[in-house]
Ligand binder design. Structure first.
Ligand SMILES: [Zn+2]
Ligand SMILES: [Zn+2]
Length: 212
């Protein structure tokens, strides 16, 4: 890792926020280490690197800027485990590594931030300079789902037999001979409210809206 890369990444990441914080630094360091472990140049402009971040928030921006992988390019996915960690997959070989901070990084940080006793600032400073092997744990892993199934193919689409909505990327579930979306096939991440529950919920009145 070149330090000028890191400072450019941190500048781009913090420009999205009102601050630079230890989690953005960890995101950037984890992103760079993931690319290095797979022998891939960063940032990517192709789809060869697939990244799973294990939490959203500032951390994810650090990873995104370092790797060039984004949700819009379908090269960044959220597996919300509430952890500062990410899995990096070379989609051509399916080689994958998980990168996370070592368990003792908070305590170690003080040694890399001389004179700084405030833990937030010690971490902010230290995480930028700690060597990879002191900062990060890197573990080879195998995905539970094949990359081909995760990425799917852009031409594939079907309709849910219950709600009628279109489903892309082979995300349908087949239950009792029916093709269902994940909401109808359940358990979904939301449920529609019954009419008796919607009294406090005033939908905006329909009106003509002209954009642009
Ligand atoms: Zn932050
Ligand atoms: Zn449905």
């Amino acid at each position: 890792m070149h330090s000028h890369d890191l400072s450019a990444i941190l500048a781009a990441s913090s420009a999205r926020h009102s601050h630079l914080c230890p989690r953005q630094v960890l995101g950037a360091r984890i992103g760079l280490a993931g690319g290095l472990a797979l022998g891939m140049d960063l940032p990517r402009t192709d789809k060869r690197l697939l990244v799973f971040v294990e939490s959203d928030g500032c951390f994810a921006d650090g990873v995104e800027v370092a790797t060039g992988c984004t949700m819009g390019h379908r090269t960044l996915r959220l597996e919300d485990y509430g952890k500062i960690a990410a899995v990096f997959v070379d989609v051509t070989s399916e080689r994958a590594v998980r990168v996370a901070p070592r368990l003792d990084v908070r305590e170690r940080a003080y040694a890399y931030a001389p004179g700084e006793r405030r833990h937030y600032f010690a971490q902010l400073q230290a995480y930028q300079v700690m060597p990879d092997d002191k900062l990060l744990a890197i573990q080879p892993v195998a995905l539970a789902t094949p990359v081909a199934a995760i990425v799917s193919r852009p031409i594939l689409r079907t309709n849910c037999d219950r709600c009628g909505e279109e489903i892309i990327n082979e995300r349908e579930v087949i239950t009792g001979g029916q093709t269902l979306c994940r909401s109808c096939g359940g358990p979904g991440y939301y449920r529609p409210l019954a009419e008796s529950q919607t009294h406090s919920f005033a939908l905006p009145e329909s009106r003509e809206v002209v954009y642009g």
